[in-house]
Ligand binder design. Structure first.
Ligand code: MN
Length: 129
């Protein structure tokens, strides 16, 4: 159990449910947001230890959300891990340019998701363990 708070910005309800379940199993606390605006709002009311950001979001895509989150001084040191589609290789570079710290590829593999997340964090120079 690590007690770290994750802000999960994901529009797909099944993915939100799956990722929340996997993270809670590993002791994370998850605050879900179904779109970018709600995620940005949530990050104004609490400072998460980590933000998981879907890139394909309605209205405001993940790149725009990452740029907006990075304008919030309170989130200066907060890792933002993008969740990108395997079919869209350019997503990763664009996510890093937009201020993300690392990325995980979709589809989400329940067997490896948390390990992938922790690897992405350590590659980004973060160690949440
Ligand atoms: Mn999506």
């Amino acid at each position: 159990m690590n007690g770290k708070a994750v802000l999960l910005i994901e529009d797909n309800e099944q993915n939100r449910y799956l990722v929340t379940f996997l993270l809670e199993q590993h002791g994370y606390t998850v605050v879900p947001a179904a779109d970018g605006l709600r995620g940005i709002e949530a990050a104004q009311t609490f400072v998460p230890d980590l933000i998981l950001l879907d890139i394909q979001l309605p209205r405001m895509d993940g790149y725009a959300v990452a740029r907006a989150l990075r304008k919030n001084d309170a989130l200066h040191g907060t890792p933002i891990i993008a969740v990108t589609s395997y079919a869209m290789p350019g997503d990763r570079e664009k996510a890093l340019e937009a201020g993300c710290s690392g990325y995980i590829e979709k589809p989400i593999n329940p067997e490896t998701f948390v390990a992938e997340l922790e690897q992405a964090l350590s590659q980004a120079g973060e160690d949440l363990s």
